[in-house]
Unconditional design. Structure first.
Length: 493
């Protein structure tokens, strides 16, 4: 699997053993500045990992934190649910493309440089959003946020690999697990934190909070992350070049943007967009099959069925999760009349369940069992949403949130284990990057479903339409999980 090399968990080409830890420790690299000594795992102490964890939570936190602010933003700028859905999609659209690109840049120019540059862009995005005078500037802020925050995770993994070279050992699994937990945890607490911020300082706090977070990560990164180690030169003395496939990136971005424009107005579909989408998609496939360094290795995807099915399950699973995060929160505010802060508190059971199950899921050795349980709960939660109304008791609302919180934790950890099991050892980073891209595409589709169901405002009928579509997709997800024979193979701990 060489698609989008350099994405999350990027592994430099010379370090396939570091990705798996099966070939012994790599030799230390001289001339690399080490972080100040601190307590914890030798070579991977708190000073090194703290800025990486803070930087890595910005993207997943912002994907869900805005969910409890969409109604307030829409009222401020007289924009309906279909319009505010773009605040969701633009972040995912830019992140889906930027993750693998910035991962490759981290290998090319140095992960520390990419990590720091990304934090600067995040800081700027927070200022643009906090002082935005129009809805267009909010979209610009989210676009910048998607680009800047996408640098953190792949650069963090590359930094840990480089530190492993310096100290002569592979990054410990608990250290890597913290990055995963930071993503799952921040995604889970996002709605609650967003509701509290809107209640205390208004919806602009959703954007402004990124400024101090980025500043803390930036200062600690500059002080504690080692300088980028010099890249080995070729035999002729020239610097090695990293193939980024700009044409593939451009075609992929264009195709995904055209599809997003079509999906976000399914109530009034612009059918003509499907023609340029088909043309660009065909050109993308043709180019990826011909070029030596494709942005997406289609041949590898076709030949590796278990990995491809993992991406499909991951995208569908998060599509259902994000439908609740964005769709249910809008319904709670516009139909039930809860404030943003109250809605955030109502989503707390979902957040707590997701956090707890992400920890439990990381401890399980199997994949099929946790995934099957997650799929069953997703379908059950969707059915429950189909019977909610403006007069439903509070306990049912809390139960609905919990039904989606448990799968959120189990899906993330289980599919991550599946990617590790089914992807080639030498391209684990590329495989992980495509897993995140599948999650982003699921989120874009979720925002499209919400726009179709709600139009300009959330209603009981819109919630029920979204719920029954989600229930059907939940049943499909159950079938895809149960019939996948590859999941019957025990997962190695």
């Amino acid at each position: 699997m060489s698609a989008a090399r350099g994405a999350q968990a990027t592994t430099p080409p010379a370090l396939p053993a570091a990705a798996t830890g099966t070939h012994g420790p790599a030799a230390p690299v001289k001339g690399t500045a080490a972080p100040a000594p601190d307590a914890g795992t030798p070579g991977f102490g708190a000073r090194l990992t703290a800025p990486l964890l803070i930087g890595s939570l910005v993207n997943p936190l912002n994907t869900t934190m805005i969910s409890t602010a969409l109604v307030a933003i829409g009222h401020s700028y007289s924009v309906g649910a279909a319009g505010t859905a773009w605040l969701i999609s633009v972040l995912y659209l830019t992140s889906a493309v930027a993750q693998p690109v910035l991962g490759k840049l981290a290998d090319s120019v140095g992960p520390r440089r990419v990590f720091v540059a990304g934090l600067v862009v995040v800081l700027v995005s927070g200022l643009v959003g906090a002082f935005a005078l129009s809805f267009t500037w909010l979209l610009v802020s989210r676009l910048l946020l998607g680009i800047g925050s996408a640098a953190a995770y792949p650069a963090s993994m590359s930094i840990l690999r480089h530190e492993g070279l310096r100290v002569g050992r592979t990054p410990p699994r608990p250290v890597l697990a913290r990055l995963s937990f930071a993503a799952v945890g921040s995604t889970a607490v996002g709605p609650t934190l967003g509701g509290v911020l809107v209640m205390l300082v208004g919806w602009r706090g959703i954007f402004a909070v990124n400024v101090p977070v980025a500043l803390i990560a930036l200062v600690t990164a500059i002080r504690w992350i080692p300088d980028d180690r010099p890249r080995a030169r070729a035999e002729d003395g020239s610097r090695p070049k990293t193939a980024i496939d700009p044409l593939g990136i451009g075609l992929f971005s264009t195709a995904l943007t055209l599809l997003a424009f079509f999906l976000l107005d399914l109530a009034h579909p612009q059918w003509w967009l499907l023609l340029p989408f088909a043309v660009v998609g065909a050109a993308l496939v043709r180019w990826q099959l011909r070029t030596a360094t494709p942005f997406i290795d289609l041949r590898a995807l076709v030949s590796n069925g278990p990995l491809t099915r993992t991406y499909l399950r991951h995208g569908l699973g998060y599509l259902l999760v994000y439908c609740v995060m964005y769709g249910l929160t809008q319904w709670l505010e516009e139909v039930r009349g809860f404030s943003s802060g109250e809605t955030g508190l109502l989503m707390l059971p979902m957040s707590v369940a997701a956090l707890a199950c992400s920890l439990l899921g990381a401890r399980t050795k199997g994949i099929r069992g946790p995934l099957t349980l997650a799929c069953l709960l997703l379908a059950a939660g969707a059915v429950l949403l189909g019977f909610l109304s403006g007069s439903s008791p509070l306990v049912l609302l809390l139960l609905a949130g919990a039904c989606f919180g448990v799968p959120q934790g189990l899906i993330g950890t289980s599919n991550q284990a599946a990617v590790a099991q089914f992807s080639p050892a030498e391209s684990i980073g590329s495989a992980a990057g495509l897993q995140r891209t599948a999650q982003y595409i699921g989120a874009i589709t979720a925002s499209s479903m919400i726009a179709l169901a709600y139009g300009r405002a959330a209603t009981d009928a819109g919630l029920h339409l979204m719920a029954w579509i989600a229930a059907g997709l939940g049943v499909l997800l159950i079938v895809l999980t149960l019939i996948d024979r590859a999941l019957r193979t025990p997962h190695a701990p």
